[in-house]
Design a protein around this ligand. Structure first.
Ligand code: UD1
Ligand code: MG
Length: 422
């Protein structure tokens, strides 16, 4: 987007209130870790370099980024001591390159700060050629946030942290939402003058605003129109509340795209799932990230579609079905309680009630392949690895042992299953 635009993501917080052995930013929101929302935002913005500041739990964050963002220009730095947000920026300094001229600063625990708002912030910054642009919001309850202090002409004079407000300032509703963008040379021109003489004894990045104004620099703001963009996750309660909001949004998006979700309150669809038009999702269905469901399908009630499962068009997965890393061809039917794991199911297949693919032998997972037109009788157990041929039939209650592939058109029955006729 802009050549020198670099993002610094602050994620060093210990997040005591999460009461967790896992760093806060790795906790999932609708199936996706918090940090991933912020990283994906940076990639969508096409920033050319990302620096993530970690502290507590740094190995886990590094490991997550190396596994999931391979090949991206992301540096992970460590802030040795949590001395405040200005100190966090200083700990990123060794990784900031000469060509990183503009620093977009984001918080790792604000996943709902979206692309639209980020673009506005960045555009305003370049348009005004400002030293700094802040993202602000008017909040009914501004407690806990830094407040924007403005002069008589509305110009920004500084930010005052909640703990240091005087009586008059307490009534200010405009808050510093967190995200901001600075000219690197201007920020680093004042950052060493930031002092920790406040109640928390922290070096506040927000103090840079006042120092820049003293230098005669201009600081502008972009105001949020949506309170959600400002929400940060501090506790598990926050996370659950945010999940509720985001889940509703995701489901409304699907409904607008032509998916019927009968009971949005009891349906869970994770971030990244794809669902085709005219598909009906019945109550109490859970659909994981990376699941793809085609057009005109019926899912549920009470079904769980997991892993990387892919369901083609006109498929029915009825009640109490669990699909895990399983593909299903078009027009197939899985109407009543089944577990299908690591299975590849062809077209026009009928899976009888109670069918189970036994995919795990205690050591490894194995595949089951059920070819086009096969008819799997009720209560069949298919022990993987196994292939059931085209138009083959298994009798009710049979157990097909591993590697005893059922040829095309064959009929097998019994325990263990034996051929009845070709
Ligand atoms: C900060 C802002 C405040 C704003 C609010 C919005 C400062 C001083 N204050 O306050 O004006 O209204 O966010 O949510 O910036 N972090 C580090 N290293 C540190 C300290 C913090 O990486 O040494 C990270 C945290 O993990 C978090 C972010 O910086 O992601 C913000 O820190 P936090 O302690 O939550 O600041 P607030 O008190 O919320
Ligand atoms: Mg915070």
């Amino acid at each position: 987007m802009h050549n020198g635009l670099t993002a610094i993501i602050l994620a060093a917080g210990k997040s005591t209130r999460m009461n967790s052995a896992k760093p806060k930013v790795l906790h999932e929101l609708c199936g996706k870790p918090l940090i991933s929302y912020v990283l994906d935002l940076c990639l969508s913005l096409k920033v050319h370099h990302i620096i993530v500041v970690t502290g507590w739990g740094k190995e886990k964050i590094l490991d997550y980024i190396q596994t999931n963002y391979r090949g991206k220009n992301i540096d992970v730095v460590i802030q040795e001591k949590m001395l405040g947000t200005a100190d966090a920026i200083l700990s990123a300094r060794p990784k900031i390159k000469k060509e990183d001229t503009d620093l977009l600063i984001l918080y790792g625990d604000q996943p709902l700060f979206g692309l639209g708002a980020a673009r506005k912030l960045v555009n305003e910054y370049f348009k005004k050629n400002a030293a700094c642009v802040l993202f602000t919001a008017d909040l009914e309850n501004p407690r806990g946030y830094g407040r924007i202090i403005r002069g008589s002409k509305g110009e920004i004079l500084g930010i005052r942290e909640d703990k240091n407000l005087n009586r008059a300032q307490e009534s200010i509703k405009e808050v510093n939402a967190g995200s901001c963008i600075f000219k690197k040379e201007k920020l680093f021109g004042v950052i060493n003058r930031i002092k920790s003489g406040n109640k928390k004894h922290e070096y506040y990045l927000t103090d840079a605003v006042k120092l820049l104004r003293h230098e005669g620099e201009n600081v502008f703001s972009v105001k949020s129109k949506n309170e959600l963009e400002v929400l940060g996750v501090n506790s598990r309660f926050d996370l659950i509340q945010m999940e509720r909001i985001l889940r509703k949004r995701l489901i409304e998006k699907f409904i607008a795209q032509g998916v019927t979700v009968k009971s949005p309150e009891t349906t869970f669809i994770n971030h990244g799932a794809k669902i085709g038009r005219d598909t009906v999702i019945n109550p109490f269905v859970y659909i994981d990230s990376n699941v793809k469901i085609g057009k005109n399908c019926t899912i549920g009630p009470f079904s769980h579609i997991r892993g990387e499962s892919e369901i083609k068009d006109n498929v029915i997965v009825g009640s109490f079905g669990e699909l895990n890393r399983t593909s299903v061809g078009s027009n197939s039917r899985i109407k009543h309680f089944s577990y299908l794991g690591d299975a590849e199911i062809g077209r026009n297949v009928n899976i009888g009630a109670g069918t189970v693919t036994a995919n795990y032998d205690g050591k490894s997972k194995h595949k089951t392949c059920i070819k086009d037109g096969a008819f799997i009788g009720s209560d069949t157990v298919l022990v993987a690895p196994l292939i059931v041929g085209k138009h083959a039939i298994t009798g009710a209650g049979c157990v097909v042992p591993k590697c005893k592939n059922v040829p095309d058109g064959a009929v097998v029955a019994g325990v263990p299953a034996r051929p009845l006729r070709k």
